[in-house]
Ligand binder design. Structure first.
Ligand code: FES
Ligand code: FE2
Length: 383
């Protein structure tokens, strides 16, 4: 199928808009074309609220961590006033990173280049080269660290990198996710134990799609995931979720499910009986189980390169257990394998896409159909 001249003409996507039974998948250029990708950045990544990390990772004043989202270096810090803030990790003197540490704890933020120093609230306190300036004069320079909109819901830190004037509120963006999934699963008491980041040669959508269908499970995860029937969650806001009811954790190998940690204390409702697999759109996949939480966050670098941030978290009380190191290894082994399998298949799929014509969505792929239509809604402003 040849790429048309005007790839933003909605008529090219009319078949994806049909009911799932008759719909066709998205054409290949939406997974490879840089102009399409740039439109996605403007229409769905910039306007979105993005997960940055866990509030428990910055539990005390002075605790900080850094990350890169949409190629912007960010610094998340808890201030002396207890508030979590996000800053552009870029010194207001001549733009160096304020810090290149992944995480740490400090009393102030000092740029290593010329030692300009900022308070935990981002206020410029000390500026070598401007020694004669009083505190008021320094304030008058307007060179405090640039703050980025940031909010914490149920222990999850979110940031916004688009135009604040047109940004949806964080609560509007998340809709009923915090109340129906995050709070019942006690996400606020989760502590990150492993985090890593790497880049895949595939379009970000391929990985979001594979997260939300169960058809591939018996082919790609033959030895690592057992049967996981799911139902669709009622979602308002920019998230899509499925729910798997089972008394057993989904985070251990089939047959090993009984050898894990006890359930998190305080789980309520459906969270006490099963696992939610959710995409907080566009690319934050968060799995909240009865004993563990993990995420696979997809942030694109380009149409065909995707930055993947993976994290595993357990309740603080689980970390205190004497058998934590021994038992957690079983979780890591299984989760690492599943992620490697999905990493592999998304890069593999990307290699074949250029030669493809649109396919179809089978019943187990109904969430992929919904997801692809959400993407069309944003990119084409069709709704
Ligand atoms: S660039 Fe940071 S102090 Fe000069
Ligand atoms: Fe998978």
């Amino acid at each position: 199928m040849r790429k048309p001249v005007d790839i933003f003409d909605p008529s090219h996507y009319a078949r994806t808009r049909l009911p799932r039974e008759r719909a066709e998948t998205l054409p290949h250029w939406v997974y490879t074309d840089e102009a399409w990708f740039q439109r996605e950045v403007e229409t769905l990544f910039r306007p979105a609220w993005h997960f940055a990390g866990l509030a428990t990772s910055v539990a005390e004043p002075g605790d900080f961590f850094t990350l890169r989202l949409l190629d912007e270096p960010l610094l998340i810090v808890r201030g002396d006033d207890g508030e979590v803030r996000a800053f552009r990790n870029s010194c207001r003197h001549r733009g160096a990173l304020v810090t290149d540490q992944l995480s740490g704890s400090c009393r102030g933020l000092r740029c290593p280049y010329h030692s300009w120093t900022y308070s935990l609230e981002g206020v410029l306190k000390h500026a070598p080269g401007l020694e004669g300036h009083s505190r008021e004069e320094l304030a008058g320079l307007g060179k405090d660290l640039l703050q980025v909109p940031c909010g914490v819901r149920e222990g999850l830190i979110f940031v916004h990198l688009g135009d604040p004037a047109t940004a949806p509120t964080l609560d509007d963006y998340l809709g009923n996710y915090p109340s129906t999934v995050a709070a019942p699963h006690q996400t606020a008491q989760m502590v990150a134990v492993q985090q890593r980041e790497y880049v895949l040669d595939s379009n970000w959508k391929l990985y979001v799609e594979v997260d939300m269908e169960t058809l591939h499970t018996k082919h790609i995860h033959r030895g690592s995931i057992g049967e996981q029937p799911v139902t669709v969650s009622e979602s308002q806001g920019h998230w899509i979720g499925v729910y798997h009811e089972s008394p057993h954790t989904p985070a251990l190998y089939p047959g090993e499910e009984q050898t894990g940690f006890p359930h998190t204390t305080g789980l309520t409702g459906a969270a006490a009986r099963g696992t939610h697999f959710s995409i907080l759109l566009p690319g934050f996949f968060l799995v909240t189980a009865q004993d563990v939480m993990w995420w696979i966050h997809k942030i694109p670098d380009s149409a065909t390169r995707t930055r993947v941030r993976v994290g595993y978290a357990f309740p603080a009380t689980t970390l205190e257990r004497e058998d934590f190191d021994e038992v957690s290894k079983r979780y890591y082994r299984r989760l690492d394998q599943v992620i490697e399998e999905d990493d592999w298949i998304t890069e593999y799929q990307q290699k074949g896409l250029n030669a493809s014509s649109p396919g179809c969505y089978v019943p187990e792929e109904h969430v992929v159909h919904r997801l692809d239509n959400w993407i069309l809604d944003q990119v084409l402003h069709a709704d």
